[in-house]
Ligand binder design. Structure first.
Ligand code: C2E
Ligand code: MG
Ligand code: MG
Length: 603
């Protein structure tokens, strides 16, 4: 306090006019006795430092300063203020204070300070230079704004952090990748991860289970030493690694896959989750945003081929992403306009000629080009995710139709629906089939899912389990296009399938290629031995039908029996076929009585 009493006011702080809101410092008396007394009454901390002496020792602090910092004035007078910063001298605000003092300018900052007991408080500090008797002093006003700051931090956190997992959210991930990009030396690796079928988990279990799984996934991802872990969508995570070399990037991708692979424990059981991963590595000149976009494009491509493992970004993914955006828009409109319909192609018992079932085949009723076959849209529908959106809706439509057809029928027809590998892997098919049966009242036994062999490739975890559950429900499982591309005989034994549909090419070449006869016979015998239904596809001629029947193939499908037709025509044809079938049987049994406008003929 002694130092302070000796001060004299300078011109620079003397009020210039009669009315002034500044503290009036009119005489030495004011400065030496009234002013310190006033400072003692304030609730803000006041500290005055003499800048001319060395590092700027304090020459005055008020009572509020003592209360705020926990330091008594006898402990701080004669020392500079830096002890309040603890070991955090590298706060950007400290640098701003240093610059201002060097230029003898005022400065206002909010910085983290430490009390004597080590506890942290947020100090809103305003520093003003004052010249007193030709000597430069700094007047500091300190205010504890910890409560406000805490609220600010909470708000900031809410805006930047994903609530369910505590990871960064999408927006802050982008910002953080940008910052990471400017700092680091080696290349950046961005990974995008999608949880396959997460929506079905949420529906099938509970949102609590879904949240717990998300938390476990984020915990595992944090354990991979990624620089950033973010949840960027409902079922998508983003990771950033700072990798020293390109060679290390691959190791990071493998580490992430391995971390996600083990089973997940949920109340009462364990489940295995599947993921698709797309990733991109920075190259010269690329921006952070482009790098993230590339990883997203790789993920989209990976999603359409979920069995191929993590996909590294390639230029083609970018072109594909643009095309997909266009197609997505077009197909969404088609979906909203109900342009996707089913046609039904009959399946025939080759020995009796009776209709035993039908394959449901998707068509697009294009407003300009008319009925379009799947070859015109199915790949795009799959790549854009539209097929996934259609999946349950389509099954409901077919089940509804099956119910109409089978109403009152002694021997119900079975309806086969094609399910792509993507649909099978991204959707919880057993769950969906249960819902479809409940919703439509159709018997699950009336439905068969046709799956191509690629579903079994790499034996993805969970497929066998899903097959078992589908069989438990009663749904049939058919291996479509058997013999073309990937078909593993061993898997037929291991998987609970009910039907083999051998590929059209076998039927087409039956007459011209004797080796095909041997293979077809082997498939028919194998099917019989395993208790499976065998269906021949693409039967176009009577010769093919006769040969297949002779070889013991039970069921056929093809243009010989009828092309795929709309539901109403199918019903009408079925009625005629049934009448014809009844008539044939009656002729065979000698009980045939043709009907005339006047009633039955004959005795
Ligand atoms: P697929 O499941 O092997 O279907 C058989 C295809 O053979 C159908 O072609 C059918 O119209 C055609 N076909 C039937 N009989 C004959 C015949 O005697 N001769 C010849 N040459 N062809 C015949 P489509 O309708 O163009 O379907 C092609 C493929 O599109 C299907 O092959 C299936 O893989 C896919 N697809 C059809 N509908 C759906 C669907 O709802 N979902 C999914 N994921 N894929 C579908
Ligand atoms: Mg099929
Ligand atoms: Mg087929």
């Amino acid at each position: 306090m002694e130092d302070f009493k000796n001060l004299t006011p300078s011109d620079s702080i003397r009020p210039k006019g009669p009315v002034c809101n500044e503290p009036y410092i009119g005489s030495e008396t004011v400065l030496s006795s009234i002013l310190p007394n006033m400072f003692e009454q304030l609730s803000d901390g006041i500290a005055i430092a003499r800048m001319s002496a060395g590092s700027g020792p304090l020459i005055y602090v008020n009572k509020a300063f003592e209360e705020l910092t926990g330091y008594g004035r006898h402990e701080v007078l004669g020392k500079d203020c830096r002890y309040l910063q603890g070991s955090e001298r590298d706060q950007p605000e400290v640098a701003r204070i240093r610059e201002a003092i060097k230029a003898a300018e005022p400065v206002a900052v909010t910085l983290r300070n430490y009390r004597k007991d080590g506890s942290v408080f947020w100090n809103s500090l305003s520093l003003k230079p004052i010249t007193v008797a030709g000597e430069l002093l700094y007047l500091g006003i300190l205010r504890d704004v910890s409560a406000i700051r805490k609220t600010e931090i909470a708000l900031d956190r809410a805006a930047n952090i994903d609530f369910a997992t505590g990871c960064l959210n999408r927006q802050s991930f982008i910002g953080a990748v940008k910052r990471l990009f400017t700092k680091q030396s080696g290349p950046s690796l961005i990974l995008m991860i999608d949880i396959i079928g997460f929506n079905d988990i949420n529906i099938g279990y509970d949102f609590d289970v879904g949240d717990a799984l998300l938390q476990e996934i984020s915990r595992r991802l944090r354990g991979t030493a990624a620089s950033l872990v973010a949840r960027i969508g409902a079922d998508e995570f983003g990771l950033a690694f700072n990798v020293p070399s390109e060679a290390m990037a691959q190791a990071c991708v493998t580490r992430v896959s391995a971390a996600l692979a083990p089973d997940y424990v949920i109340p009462g059981s364990k489940i295995s989750l599947r993921f698709t991963i797309g990733y991109a590595l920075s190259e010269n000149g690329i921006t952070a945003i482009s790098l993230i976009r590339n990883a997203c494009a790789a993920l989209r491509t990976a999603k359409s081929d979920p069995l191929s493992g993590p996909r590294r970004f390639q230029r083609a993914d970018e072109d594909e992403a643009r095309r997909r955006i266009r197609m997505t828009r077009e197909l969404k409109v088609a979906l909203a306009n109900d342009e996707f319909i089913y046609q039904f192609q009959p399946q025939i018992d080759l020995s009796t000629g009776e209709w035993v079932g039908a394959e449901a085949l998707m068509r697009r009723k294009h407003p300009l080009f008319g009925i379009q076959p799947p070859s015109r849209f199915i790949d795009d529908a799959e790549r854009t995710g539209l097929l996934l959106a259609l999946c349950e809706r389509g099954l409901v439509a077919v089940a509804d139709f099956a119910k109409r057809v089978n109403r009152g029928r002694e021997r119900p027809l079975r309806f086969s629906v094609n399910v792509s590998a993507t649909e099978f892997l991204h959707r919880d098919m057993p769950e969906i089939l249960c819902r479809v049966a409940l919703l439509t009242n159709a018997a699950p036994e009336w439905l068969t899912l046709e799956i191509t062999g690629s579903v079994f490739l790499n034996d993805p975890p969970g497929v066998l389990e899903a097959f078992r559950r589908l069989r438990d429900i009663g749904v049939g499982l058919s291996v479509d296009d058997f013999g073309a591309g990937y078909s593993n005989l061993r898997l037929l034994e291991a998987l609970p399938v009910t039907e083999i549909k051998f590929d059209q090419s076998f039927v087409t070449e039956l007459a011209t290629n004797p080796s095909k006869i041997v293979i077809v016979q082997a498939i028919i015998d194998l099917g019989r031995a395993l208790g499976l239904t065998v269906v021949a596809e693409g039967v176009e001629t009577e010769d093919q039908r006769a040969l297949l029947a002779e070889m013991g193939c039970p069921i056929g499908q093809g243009f010989l029996f009828g092309p795929p037709i709309d539901g109403e025509s199918f019903l009408a044809n079925l009625r005629q076929e049934s009448l014809a079938g009844q008539a044939n049987r009656a002729i065979k049994e000698g009980t045939f009585r043709p009907k005339t406008p006047f009633g039955s003929l004959g005795s």
